[in-house]
Write a protein that binds this ligand. Sequence first.
Ligand code: DGL
Length: 274
Amino acid sequence: MRELKIEKNMPIGFMDSGLGGLSVLRAAVKVMPQEDFIYYGDSAHAPYGTKPQEEIKKLTFDVVEQLLEQGIKGLAVACNTATSAAVRALRMEYPNLPIVGIEPAIKPAVTCYEGGRILVMATPMTIKQPKYHKLLDKYSDKAEIVSVACPGLMEFVEQGNLDGDELDTYFEEHLNPYLTDDTETIVLGCTHYPFLKHHIMRFLGDKKIALIDGSLGTANELRRRLNEQNLLKDENGEGTVTIYNSTGRQEMIDLSYKLLQMPEMSMERRENKE
Ligand code: DGL
């Protein structure tokens, strides 16, 4: 257990197994534009989602230690997989650091439930974890929720391939078998997937299915937690974003900034309805 020195003028740390957490950072910059952010993408060890839990936990702690060396006043574990494998242990190890994790946005999907099917796309590891099963148990009597493991999907984002034909082949194999006429919502339960939203919507064609993710909810929760501890900066300044990637490759940094600047699609339910 470690007591950390935390100050208002420090940046906020973000981590992910790679570039996915940038979808959460994008939302955080929007809700806290005055803040400085440090993002660490562990692309050298990606994917996390097909690794054993202990390995994911160790990798997550290693990344968090690197962020702590720079000095951070709060931490977003912007990865569903790392959250389910490590967030409890992180909170125990750093009790005075505000830490938020992310989990598949099943709650918002159930809140506006209309009686059809809810699909949850996530990494195999997220779907295996007890934390996810607890979440499912909470809502399974209120809605039909079906989990869709998506091994290999985050790699498309890591390679900057957001729109290729191979993606259609992937969705044909991995998503299509679960799509029913009454499917009403797809929860994007991995932070990489929001960057594929345009392509998924195109793949779905005129099916009236909403795509939702937890990035804005997580960003708002982070702001709430920092505010609670009086750690937010005054709102008049403009903050900075610094991005690190464990591959050390400049092209990964360039791709990261490109993803961060990609316009966010509205997260409203039934957004692809006329
Ligand atoms: N971005 C991560 C998540 O939200 C997963 C990608 C991976 O498999 O590393 O689950």
